[in-house]
Design a binder for this molecule. Structure first.
Ligand code: PNS
Length: 170
């Protein structure tokens, strides 16, 4: 049987950084489950789970060993359910490290079979994140080169409808 891995994330929305990790994982493993999960630390999402799935499906059209799913509970439980023992995540700057390390160890504590492996980001995506994309688009800037071209218009249209609260500097 081939090796299946899970690439988990919030994907709110998918960026070129995410797509880079997913496509590299798809070359290394036989089957990649891209799991859209809720990150309780991120208070408000901009895209519904269904929208995030649709964007990911569109963005990964050229890759044939990818499955896009969503799950409401713990990642470690989902991995157990699917009989998957490897999680693949992207690691950007050092600032990601502590948070990712904590998640990897916690997931292993919940499900001791579960290993997390990290792919270092392409340097051009080092400072790219969904939050940065949302901030730029909501203030009218261009996010071309930050998100996959095939979903660019849809993301821009959706984000331009979202207004930041007045006087908000956060
Ligand atoms: O893209 P993100 O926000 O860095 O992804 C984080 C995510 C969604 C993978 C993480 O928050 C997660 O696994 N959420 C599911 C709930 C869970 O398992 N929490 C415990 C992780 S230690």
């Amino acid at each position: 049987m081939g090796k299946t891995v899970i690439c988990p994330g919030s994907f709110d929305p998918v960026t070129l950084g995410h797509l880079d990790i997913i496509s590299r994982a798809s070359k290394m493993f036989d089957h990649v489950i891209v799991a859209v999960l809720v990150n309780p630390a991120k208070e408000q999402s901009s895209f519904s789970i269904q929208e995030r799935i649709e964007l990911l499906v569109e963005a990964t059209k050229g890759l044939d060993n990818i499955e896009i799913v969503s799950f409401q509970g713990l990642l470690a439980e989902y991995a157990k359910e699917r009989n998957v023992t490897v999680i693949v995540k992207g690691l950007r700057a050092v600032s990601d490290f502590e948070y990712e390390f904590q998640m990897a160890l916690t997931n292993k504590r919940i499900n001791p079979e579960l290993e997390t492996i990290f792919l270092t980001t392409e340097s051009k995506y080092m400072y790219l994140s969904s939050s940065i994309v949302k901030q730029i688009a909501s203030l009218g800037g261009s996010i071309k080169g930050f998100v996959p071209d095939c979903v660019l218009d849809r993301i821009v249209e959706r984000l331009s409808k979202k207004q930041l609260p007045e006087n908000s500097e956060d």
